[in-house]
Ligand binder design. Structure first.
Ligand code: URA
Length: 433
């Protein structure tokens, strides 16, 4: 078999066979296929597409390209959740302890920030002492004890995806449904949970710009999961504006604690309950009403917060921070951003808010950047709110003044105003099961 012929075949829009797809995935992960040929095939797939069977086969080849986590010792109730990336998305920190409090096993691997989007592992590292790398034995022991543990992705999980993703990032081949679906689901299948709930974002801050594109991606991923014997559902949610009021690592931990203590932004609470409710419904085989009743009770009774504290403490995190989040890292300088007009906030472009956060030091501009865990943004006004010129709409936090000034201009470019109230998009567009 020659990779040249496989590229030629896809260039002519023909479907690839299982042997050809496996040859490609294995050749990429063991380094036998050079980057230039892998990139050529990725571009051909991006332009010519893949049918459903090819997408299933590519997903399986990615999942099987490295270590596959065996969670069978934990029984049928293991669950995982994936978000397709966002700004201010701290839902894992909230829904995981809610679902674990209801008896679901959350043995989860999470990612770091990518571009303007944040990552759960970076956020967790702002809790002093929290360890995101554990040996497999320690990870399993903690899952057994607390029903929950969250670590960074193991180095050998889906190595074909690691190489392909890095190539796609620099060859304009990210935005292809078969490539995104096989990348996400390949990793999720390898991570071993029986239930997978997907939060597929659309809007300026997501990979998919419209709800229709997000729905097409979600439907493909749900079909892949079912094909490989998992219980899967997807929520299509709005990422046109940041989620919640905090963007930045320690600031988001603090906001997650607020929600777990019964307060916080109502829209964020609603989304976390819907995601947790879907996990509990699928994992435990309950009706929607019963699942929602259980997750709401777990949150409102404080059980989920207790589970959060046990989870953090189990992984070496300083539990006193959970009770007193003001002990989290804090950036020494801040700057209030004032409304430039009176009226209504029409949009607060999530991508630009995420990029402002990167300028503040909360995200990486190069792979080597060290994050400023206390940096970020607190939003005092959101899209749809009324404002008077000069009102404080956000506070920026950073460790030096120059960063504040740069981020301020970018942040202001994210905000547009309207004279009349505008119809806002709902946070949850639809749920696909
Ligand atoms: N997230 C992934 O893991 N893969 C993609 O292709 C896009 C988002």
């Amino acid at each position: 078999m020659r990779i040249y012929d496989i590229i030629e075949k896809k260039k002519r829009s023909e479907a690839l066979s299982e042997a050809e797809i496996r040859y490609f995935a294995n050749g990429v992960s063991n380094g036998e296929i050079p980057d230039y040929q892998a990139a050529a095939l990725l571009m051909a797939i991006c332009l010519r597409g893949m049918n459903e069977e090819e997408t299933f086969l590519l997903t399986a080849a990615i999942a099987e390209s490295g270590e596959q986590i065996d969670l069978s010792a934990f029984g049928e109730h293991t669950a995982d959740k994936h978000s397709s990336g966002g700004v201010g998305d701290k839902t894992t920190l909230i829904l995981a302890p809610i679902a674990a409090s209801c008896g679901v096993i959350m043995a989860k691997m999470s990612g770091r920030g990518l571009g303007h989007t944040g990552g759960t592992v970076d956020k967790l590292e702002s809790i002093p002492g929290y360890r995101t790398t554990l040996s497999p034995e320690e990870f399993c022991a903690l899952v057994k004890k607390n029903g929950i543990a969250v670590i960074g992705q193991s180095g050998n999980l889906a190595p074909a995806d690691k190489k392909l993703y890095a190539l796609r990032d620099v060859t304009a081949t990210i935005d292809s449904i078969p490539l995104i679906a096989s990348s996400i689901m390949g990793k999720k299948l390898a991570a071993g949970s029986k239930t997978i709930v997907l939060d597929v974002k659309y809007g300026s801050g997501g990979f998919m710009k419209t709800p229709e594109q997000a729905t097409a991606l979600a439907e493909t991923m749900v079909r892949i999961g079912k094909k490989y014997g998992r219980r899967v559902a997807a929520l299509i949610t709005n990422m046109d504006v940041p989620l919640g009021n905090a963007v930045g690592n320690a600031l988001e931990i603090k906001e997650a604690i607020e929600i777990l203590q019964g307060g916080g932004c109502p829209a964020l609470r609603t989304l976390c309950l819907s995601l947790a409710g879907t996990i509990v419904r699928l994992s435990l085989g309950l009706s929607e009403e019963e699942a929602m009743r259980r997750v709401t009770e777990a949150l409102d009774s404080g059980k989920a917060f207790e589970t959060f504290c046990r989870w953090v403490g189990g992984q070496g995190g300083d539990v006193s921070v959970c009770k007193n989040p003001d002990m989290l890292p804090k950036a020494p300088f801040s700057l209030d951003v004032k409304a430039e007009k009176s009226g209504y906030i029409f949009r607060m472009n999530a991508e630009l808010v995420g990029e402002s956060c990167v300028l503040l030091g909360a995200g990486r501009q190069t792979k080597e950047d060290v994050l400023d865990l206390g940096a970020g943004i607190i939003l005092h006004k959101k899209a749809g709110d009324t404002v008077t010129k000069g009102d404080c709409i956000a506070t920026l936090y950073a460790s030096d003044q120059a960063r504040l000034e740069n981020a301020r201009s970018l942040f202001l470019s994210a905000v547009t105003y309207a004279e009349e109230p505008q119809k806002m998009q709902p946070l949850i567009y639809k749920i696909i099961t």
